[in-house]
Design a protein around this ligand. Structure first.
Ligand SMILES: [Zn+2]
Length: 253
């Protein structure tokens, strides 16, 4: 199984438009972060987690030829705004399966009614098939996917465990029984927004405490704001098994 980090930035991306913050002005390519998303490649299947506003660029940058499903974590725009750009995949493959919590599907239907409608559909509009995710494991083409539930302030969010890999973004609080699902991981990806505390995201300290508790072999941090600091400087102070993810990083699990 391969995992590609398509985007590792927080909601505005890095650089922020018009910002003169030193991290936004950095020349290091690892300091340039599109909105968060990963691509899981398992055998011949390409599974996208979240489809944010940078989706098109991310597909082009990684030469993605087909899309077998989109799994959504939650409905915030930085995770969902790119859905219209599935059109090239839709034209080649037909309806694209989307998997999400019932509440997230309702939100998507409202925002992208022309995609979800079945009547008088505009000829160039893409199509999807809807699949509801509940908080229990489901099978996708023989791959077992275990949703992991947690809270983003007061909003429920799903993370996903696939084999020995788990991806948890936009996390602030999580119950013990959900942490139980994260035993014996080879790789854990978890969000870490910045140094200062935040009302709906782990800061760096909380993310590191969580990793310490879960004890994966290796961990990567994502959903990073310019306020976390320069990639190179933050990276060198992390524990040996923890790394900052960066855009287009590819790992094999
Ligand atoms: Zn987010």
């Amino acid at each position: 199984m391969d995992v590609t980090f398509l985007g590792t930035g927080t909601s505005q991306g890095i650089p922020i438009i018009g910002s003169e913050h030193p991290v936004c002005l950095s020349n290091d390519s690892k300091d340039k972060r599109l909105r968060v998303s990963i691509l899981i490649t398992w055998n011949d299947l390409n599974i996208l987690i979240d489809c944010g506003p940078d989706f098109r660029q991310q597909m082009l940058a990684n030469n993605v030829q087909k899309l077998d499903a989109i799994f959504y974590t939650h409905e915030h725009n930085d995770h969902t705004a790119g859905l219209d750009d599935i059109r090239p995949f839709f034209f080649r493959q037909g309806d694209i399966p989307v998997f999400a919590h019932q509440r997230v599907l309702t939100a998507l239907r409202k925002r992208f009614d022309y995609i979800f409608t079945t009547e008088n559909k505009y000829p160039g509009a893409p199509g999807v098939t809807e699949h509801i995710i509940e908080n229990k494991p489901f099978s996708f083409h023989g791959l077992t996917v275990t949703p992991v539930e947690f809270m983003h302030n007061r909003l429920q969010v799903f993370g996903f465990r696939v084999e020995d890999f788990a991806y948890l973004t936009d996390l602030k609080t999580i119950e013990e029984q959900e942490i139980e699902k994260l035993r014996d991981l080879k790789v854990l990806v978890v969000s870490a927004l910045r140094i200062e505390p935040h009302h709906s995201h782990f800061n760096l300290e909380e993310a590191l405490e969580f990793i310490e508790k879960v004890q994966p072999e290796k961990a990567y941090l994502t959903h990073i704001s310019h306020m976390l600091g320069f990639h190179e400087e933050v990276e060198k102070d992390l524990p040996a098994n923890v790394h900052l993810a960066y855009d287009n990083l590819k790992i094999t699990v």
